[in-house]
Design a protein around this ligand. Sequence first.
Ligand code: MN
Ligand code: MN
Length: 313
Amino acid sequence: MAHPDEARAMPWPAPQIAWPPAEAAERIRAHARGALLGLALGDALGATVEFMTPREIRTHYGRHTQIRGGGWLKLAPGQVTDDTTMAFAVAEALIRNRQPTAEDYARAFDAWMRSKPVDIGNTVRRGITRYRRTGEACVPPSDDAGNGATMRCAPVAIALLGAPADAVRDAAITQARVTHHNPLTDAATVCVVRMIQAGILGHGIRGVIALAHELVKAQPAFHFRGKPALNPSGYIVDTMRAVLQAIDITDNFEAALIEVVNRGGDADTTGAIAGAILGALYGEQCLPASWRSALHTSIASQCLTHAEQLARL
Ligand code: MN
Ligand code: MN
């Protein structure tokens, strides 16, 4: 599944690949399943080393390459965290309401928080607590550019495949604003949604990287070529720089995920975002079999069911 350099040199927009309709539909479903499974695999892999430095990871694991649980959350092998379960909440809101309002998402996140998730980010907790107190579904503009709205956005990409760009943008931002309201978070969330769509629709690595460059053009803080982003924090700029670098310097799902989680920091979230983009790009069949079998069965089956239902929207 390498992406040869000549593919990167292809003109943009990349030519649409003309599959026969039945084949195209099956390909889209396989890559939609890849996106959600990829997200869960990245979360499960990264959670073990979340908040560790690259040096600490080297000391403990050499190179961390297997889904083995543990970490500061003391997870069972194959267990996932808030990144995946919040994405399920987004998926369920989309499946239930087709075009969920901020209020629909707020109710879904409220129910999610009541389910006692293993972890919950500060900005997410603040937003949901505020909704409970005030009944307002959107948070006001803030300097807090956390990655929590971006980590959970993959279901929006699947549900809005083929929708006009404005509708995709609005849908990505609607779910984000329930907990995050910052131009950097908005830009990254819209970009990740578009990357996942590009992957599912067959635009290839060239299409995904072109979208990364568009993000940098609009928000230069995301500039990602050059010095490696190590120990990425939950600040969306740090998170995305690590994710984009890992995608940029590797040519397959497994290598990119290993690269990004071994940078430590918010590793379950960099893993989840990279996993969703690359699972969409390479498809379900390219996910490492040993990781697939390590993932909790109930999580894997929720990824598959949600992907199928979202793709039907
Ligand atoms: Mn997490
Ligand atoms: Mn995290």
